[in-house]
Design a protein around this ligand. Sequence first.
Ligand SMILES: [Zn+2]
Ligand SMILES: [Zn+2]
Length: 131
Amino acid sequence: MNSNTARRKTRQRTAIEQVFSKHERPLRVDEVLAYGRQFVEPLDKATVYRNLNILVDNFWLKRLFHPSLGTLYERTGKGHHHHFHCRECNRAFELPGCALKEDVAAPDGFVLEDHEIFLFGVCQSCLGVVK
Ligand SMILES: [Zn+2]
Ligand SMILES: [Zn+2]
């Protein structure tokens, strides 16, 4: 790897980190690509995938498997929480904390080990509440 290549990779990874700092919600790969291009050109899908994998390996990002949006990437270290999927704009939003009462959610005699909750509907900006 020559020094030019090394520099370009660093710039692209920095751009992807900037994307996640600016957009504080789980992102699809195509969103990372589109937002990343606002910070650095050129940026292609293979480069985005490669850098997302590195950031996951470094525990800076984690993958989230969403039933309708597929693989999403989000920052680590946020603790247990869930997501809201807007069906108008296909964006995922982070919800603060958890509203599920695990001790009453499972039937009697069942052992609950974990849970996943996915909410969906229409977000504030698609409803026109926020311009
Ligand atoms: Zn929306
Ligand atoms: Zn929960």
